[in-house]
Write a protein that binds this ligand. Structure first.
Ligand code: SF4
Ligand code: SF4
Length: 347
């Protein structure tokens, strides 16, 4: 295990050094909220953020709107992809789990070259949570801490950070940092204390069953009245989809220039809660009812995606963003799963 200790001032100099050489994206304050943006100086970095408005894994690996190719009448076309190398600095464990799940999705079947290119160009520095957000429940979903899936893991242990490398990319990065020393047994104990505390602190909504049981619970819940009851007040606004780090649905459309000669093919985020999401040719729509769309989202998080990628961890990583984003206060997955668990129990 390659774990180094670095003082906070030496870490700031290290980040400035990285920024002078390549694109570094980190969490920054936006009013009283936070968002991942490109850093111009280490002083902008806020590793004490609670949660960011948008999930960094989607923003930087599956952007809201992306041009896939450009074309011209006559059959010529050019694939468009971004080959900029970058560092994503400070992603929380729950968003890292979402990123690792998305990797499995996008490399499966027809591997998505646009996604994978960005992924291969990125170095991921994860960061243990310092300030829990109002609605985080990562501990209930097994994502309060991580042991793998990062290039470097940062943990604030008071006057300094511990930096653990998790890959050859991480080894290379740590080798560049000046003023580091090998972590001592006492340092590692302090880190373990942070991990233990985060298992308690990141649990603002407590799931009453083990997260690995959700897919079995949902096998018996398809006709439960909760879908109709909750969906009565759903606006079909799609906010719960837009803020979620594990939602990855997109729509592809052609944008033809006014000259009718050139055009571009783009993909943009879509959301399964939106009316029309399942509309196909001939005006057929196979999830027209709000309750069906509401149920689909919770099935996708608890059953369909975990089964597709053979993941024990659900495709809800407990970031709590949808809880904050939903005006009628019905999107919280824990409330729905607990209701099902209360009514249906273990079997
Ligand atoms: S369903 Fe909600 S809490 Fe779960 S990962 Fe998505 S936004 Fe976060
Ligand atoms: S569950 Fe809430 S956030 Fe999601 S579409 Fe319905 S009203 Fe909007």
């Amino acid at each position: 295990m390659n774990v180094k200790k670095i003082s906070k001032s030496a870490f700031t100099s290290f980040v400035d050094e990285l920024i002078s050489k390549q694109k570094v994206i980190g969490a920054q304050a936006k009013g009283d909220r936070f968002e991942f943006e490109q850093l111009e100086s280490a002083n902008q970095l806020r590793l004490d953020y609670d949660v960011t408005l948008r999930p960094p894994n989607r923003k930087y690996f599956l952007p809201p709107v992306e041009t896939l190719l450009t074309y011209e009448v006559g059959g010529s076309y050019q694939s468009v992809s971004d080959s900029t190398e970058f560092i994503l600095l400070g992603i929380h464990p729950y968003d890292l789990e979402a990123l690792n799940q998305m990797d499995l999705i996008f490399e499966q079947d027809n591997c998505d070259s646009h996604y994978m290119k960005r992924r291969n160009n990125a170095t991921i520095i994860a960061c243990d949570v310092v300030t829990p957000s109002r609605d985080v429940f990562a501990a209930s979903m097994g994502t309060a801490t991580v042991k793998s899936g990062f290039d470097v893991l940062l943990t604030d242990i008071g006057d300094s950070y511990l930096m653990e490398s998790g890959s050859p990319k991480g080894d290379k990065l740590l080798a560049k940092a000046k003023g580091t020393a090998d972590a001592t047994a006492e340092d590692l104990e302090k880190r373990q204390k942070v991990w233990n505390e985060n298992q308690n602190r990141l649990n603002k909504h407590k799931l009453n069953c083990d997260y690995s049981y959700l897919h079995k619970l949902l096998e018996r819940a398809y006709s439960h009245p909760v879908w109709e009851e909750k969906a009565k007040t759903c606006f079909s606004c799609g906010s719960c989809n837009q803020v979620c780090p594990t939602c990855y649905c997109f729509n592809v459309q052609d944008d033809v220039n006014w000259d009718f000669v050139k055009g571009k093919r783009q993909r943009a985020w879509d959301g399964c809660l939106l009316d029309g999401f399942t509309k196909v040719a001939g005006e057929h729509e196979f999830r027209k009812k709000r309750a069906d769309r509401f149920r689909h989202r919770l099935y996708r998080k608890g059953k369909y995606v975990p089964e597709k990628i053979s993941s024990k961890i659900p495709a809800c990583v407990g970031c709590g963003r949808c809880v904050h984003a939903c005006l009628p206060d019905i999107a919280n997955p824990v409330n729905v799963y607990n209701r099902l668990f209360d009514d249906l129990g273990l079997r």
